[in-house]
Design a protein around this ligand. Sequence first.
Ligand SMILES: Nc1nc2c(ncn2[C@@H]2O[C@H](COP(=O)(O)OP(=O)(O)OP(=O)(O)O)[C@@H](O)[C@H]2O)c(=O)[nH]1
Length: 588
Amino acid sequence: MAGFFKKIFSFGKKEVVEERIDETAPLPPIKWEALDALKPAAEQVVPEFLKRDEAVPEAEVVPAPPAEPEIQPEPTPIEEPQAPEPPAPAIPAEEPAPPEEPDVPAVPERVPEPAPQEIPVPGPELPEIVPDEPPEPAPVEVPAPPIEVPPTIPSARPPSSEVGAGEGQREPAKDLAPPAAPAPHPPLDGEGRRGAAGWGDSADADHPQPRAALGTSPIEGEIKRTQPEAEPASVEPQPIIAKIAPEPQPVPPPEPKPAPGKVTVTKKVEQKAEQQKAPEPAPRRSWFQRMKDGLARSSKELTGNIAGVFTKRKLDEETLQDLEDVLIRADLGMETALRVTDALASSRYGKDVSDAEVRAIMAAEVEKVLTHVAMPLELDLSHKPHVILVVGVNGTGKTTTIGKLAAKLTDGGLSVMLAAGDTFRAAAIEQLKIWGERTKSPVIASKIGADAAGLAYDAFEKAKEAGSDVLIIDTAGRLQNKTELMAELEKIVRVLGKLDPEAPHTVLQTVDATTGQNALNQVEIFRNVAGVNGLVMTKLDGTARGGILVAIAAKHKLPVYFIGVGEQVDDLEPFSASEFARAIAGVA
Ligand SMILES: Nc1nc2c(ncn2[C@@H]2O[C@H](COP(=O)(O)OP(=O)(O)OP(=O)(O)O)[C@@H](O)[C@H]2O)c(=O)[nH]1
């Protein structure tokens, strides 16, 4: 009894305490009227509670409408232990105690505690709080989602102050309740409010059955996850809240995570089918346009300088000298520069001259210089094969030019064989093999460091045997050891002549336009050693020194068969004097 009074006192209800104190000996009957007066909403709650306990739990346990859980008042912390309660039928059997039953000490203590700190800790703390009650069943202690909720328990929720708006907002159990007030409490609607008001225990006194049953009986058999509304989990920390989440239907297997990329969000997230857009072929530019683009840098600098000379100026000696300097700096060469200034002076001296007029005259004079060298490559197919020896300084574009040329020939129906005569560089051999695969041309190669002349000879024989139309021989271009290089090239020419006195029938030199004036010397060297009889000007794209081609043409008067304006297979174009002249002069 003393303990009972103490509990009542701690419960904080002064009136009740006084009444109990008077009954020190036999317990007087409880004044229900007074108790009822203390619980304003008790009438509303009790009937529901009774229904739950008595009637068939099935119907009442049916999950409430979705909105119900939110509307319902938050349950007191005491309700948590109720979650594991045994099935409804067992409850009345276990709790035959009279309404006055003072054996329920935990109820008065916990109910009046509105503070979140007093909310009993779920699971493991229950045994300490209510030692006289049987230990909590395992499911209750495990906070994991699988914990089941007794169907008879309404969807009571803890006070809003104790429970966050969402599940994830719940505070940990340690903050919610001290270990001293976990007494089981029947899950009554609106109980949370009553508890806050201090009259929740009176309701329990009227209906002690559920209270006792909840605190003692196991609940495994009754708890169903499919009835989340009945769950008092709101009182519990996060794990319990997870139980409340309605999950009446089996969760379908999760959709496979979309692969990286775009997804479409409609009814669900769907992987957006990657539209394999076939790469649109770039519009084929005309040759002139491509050459013009390639010579843009050369042209831009040249025409800009010309415009700077002839801005509102009459043509006089000074302007002619300035123009001559501009043309020479553009690598056109002294000869071509003088041709242009002479032509301009003869027709426009003393007159106002625009830069456009100057550029037109320049284009005409440059074309005159180039016309003599702009020749198509002719192959004498009476030679089987027609042998083309390709020479030039390393890196000027020999191998690339061979590949481009082989493509043109094979596209034209000719059979081509390639010989990897640059036996000093493995990369050069491999590069030629790649071109051979692309053009379906057999490649004759040897070990690194093998004699280049011997390879050329073998290739020539094989080409003869194969009946190839054209044999193209790559060579090294090491100017570092000029003597050795020259000796090698001379030897190659010599051995080829053993099989055909006229071979090689064409000796092409690749000239890198970016080298500027050095190209003039390179042509001089290879012309003398290897008998160069034709040029391919490479890398005219992206250089401002394209004018060197004019200087080379004017000095050496060697045929220029092709110009290279890119690294792709079709970036090798026959040389056109007119187009080149107009392009470099900036004349449309
Ligand atoms: N932009 C541009 N690059 C080119 C052109 N011709 C060749 N090249 C590039 O120039 C580089 C050298 O070309 P190669 O064909 O290897 O020159 P090579 O004379 O055979 O050089 P070695 O094998 O060292 O003797 C490569 O990266 C080519 O792609 C061209 O017309 N324009």
